[in-house]
Ligand binder design. Structure first.
Ligand code: C2G
Length: 153
């Protein structure tokens, strides 16, 4: 079983993300996505429209994704590769050659896939002229089942 790992914020999920996930999955049999927590986004100076829980739920609904784990810092990648027995780390070509990823070649294969031109979360926000009020992050309301589970009913 060939295990693939990729990292990202994955906010406002768009077809550039989906194409990356589809091609990453095609490289193996099991795809793990480490999605940036809201706290790590702050470190990356990224403000996401959806909070971590919502971005995680949306990725879990993507047919190519087998597991979603939190990306909490820059330093966790070697441990992730070991813990999840990863064969290939995949990122979009905007990360090609980055020292944030290239050093992982000591532990596994590192593959950069062409970034999908013409789409990005920043472009979507700009085109929709989205001004997310400061510190307000939208989230998907809980389903009845999720509420019952939380209340232990
Ligand atoms: N991507 C792509 N084409 C686009 C937009 C994004 O292929 N048009 C890819 C990126 O290259 C990345 C993944 O989709 O591999 C997720 O993109 P982002 O959510 O923007 O992730 P990023 O902010 O680059 O976070 O530790 C690494 C970071 O967490 C990566």
């Amino acid at each position: 079983m060939k295990r693939i790992l990729t990292y990202g914020t994955y906010d406002l999920l768009h077809y550039g993300h989906i194409r990356l996930l589809k091609r990453a999955k095609e490289l193996g049999d099991y795809l793990i996505v480490a999605v940036s927590t809201d706290e790590f986004n702050a470190i990356k100076n990224k403000k996401s429209y959806h909070n971590y829980e919502t971005r995680k739920k949306m990725l879990e609904a993507v047919r190519y994704v087998d597991l979603v784990i939190p990306e909490e810092n820059w330093e966790q990648k070697v441990q992730d590769v070991k813990d999840y027995k990863v064969d290939v780390v995949v990122m979009g070509s905007d990360w090609a050659g980055s020292d944030r990823f290239d050093y992982l070649k000591e532990y596994c294969e590192v593959v950069y896939l062409d970034r999908t031109e013409g789409i990005s979360t920043t472009k979507i926000k700009k085109d929709l002229n989205l001004q997310t009020p400061k510190n307000e992050i939208n989230q998907i309301p809980e389903t009845k089942d999720e509420r019952k589970k939380k209340e232990g009913k």
